[in-house]
Design a protein around this ligand. Sequence first.
Ligand code: SIN
Length: 520
Amino acid sequence: MKKLVVIGSGIAGLVAAVEASRTHEVVLVTKSVLAESNTHYAQGGIAAVTSTEDSIAEHVADTLAAGADYCYEPAVRVLCEDGPARINDLVNFGVEFDRNPDGTDWALGLEAAHSHARILHAGGDTTGADISNALVRAVRTVAADIHEHTFVSDIVLGSAGQVVGVELIDAAGKHVIECDAVILASGGAGQLYRHTTNPAVTTGDGVAAAFRAGAELADVEFYQFHPTALAVPGSFLISEAVRGEGAVLLNKRGERFMQKLHPLAELAPRDVVARGIQSEMLAQGGQPVLLDATGLGAEFLAKRFPSISAATKAYGLDWGRTPIPVTPAAHYWMGGVATDIFGRTSVPGLFAVGEVACTGAHGANRLASNSLLESIVFSHRAVSVLNESWPKEASAVRFNEQGILAEIELADPSSRTAADGATAVVDRVELQTLMWDNVGLARSGELLSSTRHELARWRPAAAENRLFTDWEDANLLVLATAVTEAALARTESRGGHFRLDYPATNPLMAKPITIVRKAR
Ligand code: SIN
């Protein structure tokens, strides 16, 4: 039997491990415990066409529109067409999606930029936790060799440049597991930013390891900021579904402001709402704006959004009676390891699925609740081709079709030493603050150039002394540098990438920027 290593235990990794265990010897590696992942914290739900009033064509059209004329359409089609079958898989894994009061049909929520209510949810607003719990149960029943609290420091390549193993660090130290293929499903990198809705594990380790292994990255300049995180330490997510149910945004004078910015007002695409909030906050001296859900009634809020109700209460807020303070926070990375529509990267034997990957399905701005869907759709597709020979083109198929705006060759920042002129060891809080202030919701050539300069001063801690967090910091340095370089190269505004000095979208720039490691 061939051996597969799956890295990550969110929805993408768990599905891959369960499905691949039918044909492969599977090793599942995760940095924390199985249940700790971005998936676990997803509230709103998972988008898919399950109603006869909706259609795949409309789901495709909504995804393309939110993606700011930049999606890779074949990936969008696969995402939307495969969606309903993958929802059935989740039901078979034991996920109980909420139903309408008469118990017949699923209760479908509405979120921003969707033309239909099509968001399946579970436990009201605990969709991610319900999915994660069902899949953790499933993975424990299959014959997978599970390694928790294990950090993947590198992908090991053979002489022909193909995957032959992974280098791991656990309580026993560093060791290598040999394998025939790797599915990277290690999630995003919200920890690049000072304010994020993502948990502490999201340090982009998979993207950085793939980069070091020579895999091509794409679209890394496109970062999505969720418009409504609770304006308290920890940036607790207030689901878009709350606005979908009718909550509105108010400035400090109690006026709605989104209506004058977009015809869909509070339900405009995420990048539009997030920037609308940011400019309103700037105009009111940095104070957060307010989300007014009082019109929905305390009883409805407690039933439909139990976890948000509990969290707001814990912060001393009574959202059934009083509007709550909200602010944007880093939420989702559209960019990542470039793949084809089967999760295959430019390195033979290395697959990437879920947020770690970039299929082009989300374009420059992901449509709400398409991320859990993407994870399960592309994870399933990757497993379906595990036994096939590796195509010559793999991730290049998209670039051959769309063309490339720029290919950036980047010297690996995680191998820098003091001898390279990097005078200080990277400091995570400083890096996150720099990224938030300069490479966040609004960027400019000046801010990005000064960030490039700052990042170049930093090096990782010496490899022989590194703790887990030092390995993570080394990876964050790689990714911060990649995002900054790509953001400098994209001299236009589009979706999650907004340049103060180039505020217009340039139709001629609707092409990916790729990043590859510079050979030493
Ligand atoms: C939310 O519940 O607002 C988050 C859903 C998503 O990011 O797709």
